[in-house]
Design a protein around this ligand. Structure first.
Ligand code: FMN
Length: 419
């Protein structure tokens, strides 16, 4: 796979980045404007800043825009007044990047470039961006490029926060019908969802807007659970591998699913990834990640006791009542009745019950619990056996053991698989 770094540099920061790429097997193409910025600092910043603000394209001295031999292109640009440098504007205008894996390395005085991130995301469907703080002065910044090169960093930087924004924009043709003046007109919709997983605060937040301005949001504070999930996940590696989506994909008619992911960690600048919300365009480790987070949500049901009919619609136990338990030995298997004196046993608890002539003690799950009057018993009292004891509760207590059993080795493996 041939890789190319196309870049511009006025004061040498880009050249340091180019050296790094060269050492890592990239071909290098440095672009030179016919008329570079003035040498004097004041005029340089004044003139360059002005030109960049108006998105000026520089005339280049002999730019070769043929990239047919390359699969992966990295574009390097200094930030001028928050924007891409003028020579790189020309590169973008004169090069056809269709079907190429494209990434950007931006170098700026502050180490940030929000306006430019926005622009690049707008122009490229699936793209990775790394922003460096003047690598000439801050050589450690080059380490951030390990992400682009898919190098494993020996010192794992744990992820602090992952923000996933999802957008579904679409149109349902002829869907409007309730008033004469709009009858048969198209219904446009825009659904946004945001998921924020915060290891430091140990929270997961999820926001979802539904039709007509209605919003749903939930926030879980799961003590040590999020820590446990994310502490081994390397921020520099997470979501760095994306496949190149096949060129002949047919997008779903009338709808567009897109995403933006922001990975944040202490000591590195936030990394943004953006693309179509589909398996061909999402990072390779996305499915594992989101599945684990989903499991965290599932562990604790959103609906608590307020909504629980087994509390508000359950008759209280009377002195004369007998506790009947219906149990099951396997999922979807036949059910059997037992009685017990232990009122702490609840539905979905595991119990030990006597089975067969030998009364073999066997584990079963309680699927129903009832208080019955003697005359209402579901199974004759003379025949029904008694539960030996409760084994465990079904309570959704999140313990490290439970997490391990839930997600198995995946927690550790997907953090490292990126390396
Ligand atoms: C004309 C001009 C405008 C600049 N504007 C910004 C800016 O808006 N924000 C910033 O963080 N740095 C800004 N800088 C600093 C450069 O982005 C930074 O020094 C960069 O690393 C230069 O790369 P180079 O040495 O490869 O040319 C500006 C520099 C110049 C010359």
């Amino acid at each position: 796979m041939k890789k190319l770094f196309i870049y511009y540099s006025n004061t040498g920061n880009g050249d340091i980045v180019a050296d790094y790429f060269k050492q890592n097997g990239y071909d290098i193409r440095r672009v030179t404007p016919k008329h570079d910025l003035p040498k004097a600092f004041f005029f340089k910043v004044f003139w360059g800043g002005f030109l960049a603000t108006v998105n000026k394209k520089s005339k280049l001295a002999g730019y070769d825009n043929d990239i047919t031999d390359y699969d992966e292109i990295v574009i390097g640009s200094p930030i001028w007044n928050g924007k891409l440098s003028c020579p790189i504007n020309t590169v973008l205008a004169q090069t056809d990047f269709t079907g190429k894996k494209v990434s950007f390395v931006l170098y700026s005085g502050s180490g940030t470039a929000p306006k430019t991130l926005k622009r690049i995301f707008k122009e490229f469907d699936s793209v990775g961006i790394t922003v460096l703080k003047e690598p000439k002065k801050h050589t450690g910044e080059l380490k951030k490029l390990a992400v682009l090169l898919n190098h494993k960093n020996e010192n794992l930087i744990p992820v602090d926060k992952v923000t996933i924004k999802y957008n579904n924009e679409g149109v349902i043709k002829g869907a409007l019908k309730n008033r004469a003046e709009i009858k048969g007109k198209n219904l446009r919709y825009n659904i946004n969802e945001t998921l924020i997983v915060n290891r430091v605060d140990e929270t997961i937040e999820y926001y979802r807007n539904v039709f007509s301005g209605n919003q749903i949001s939930v926030k879980y504070h799961l003590d040590s659970y999020i820590q446990f999930l994310l502490e081994d996940v390397n921020a520099e590696m997470l979501f760095t591998k994306t496949k190149k989506a096949p060129a002949d994909i047919i997008p779903p008619e009338g709808e567009k699913h897109t995403y933006e992911i922001i990975v944040e960690a202490n000591g590195i600048s936030p990394r943004h990834i953006k693309g179509t919300y589909s398996m061909e365009s999402l990072p390779e480790d996305y499915a594992d990640f989101i599945c684990l987070i989903g499991k965290a949500f599932n562990q604790y049901s959103t609906w608590g006791y307020i909504f629980d009919p087994s509390i508000y619609a359950k008759p209280s136990r009377r002195k004369s009542d007998i506790i009947y338990l219906t149990v099951q030995f396997s999922n979807y298997g036949k059910t059997y009745n037992y009685i017990t004196d232990d009122d702490s046993i609840e539905e979905y608890d595991s119990v030990l019950v006597p089975v067969g002539k030998e009364n073999r003690e066997t584990e079963a799950t309680v699927v129903e619990k009832r208080y019955c009057k003697k005359e209402d018993v579901p199974y004759p009292l003379s025949k029904v056996k008694k539960v030996v004891r409760k084994i465990s509760t079904s309570a959704n207590e999140i313990t490290p053991e439970l997490i391990k059993s839930l997600v198995g080795k995946k927690i550790k493996s997907f953090a490292h698989r990126n390396g």
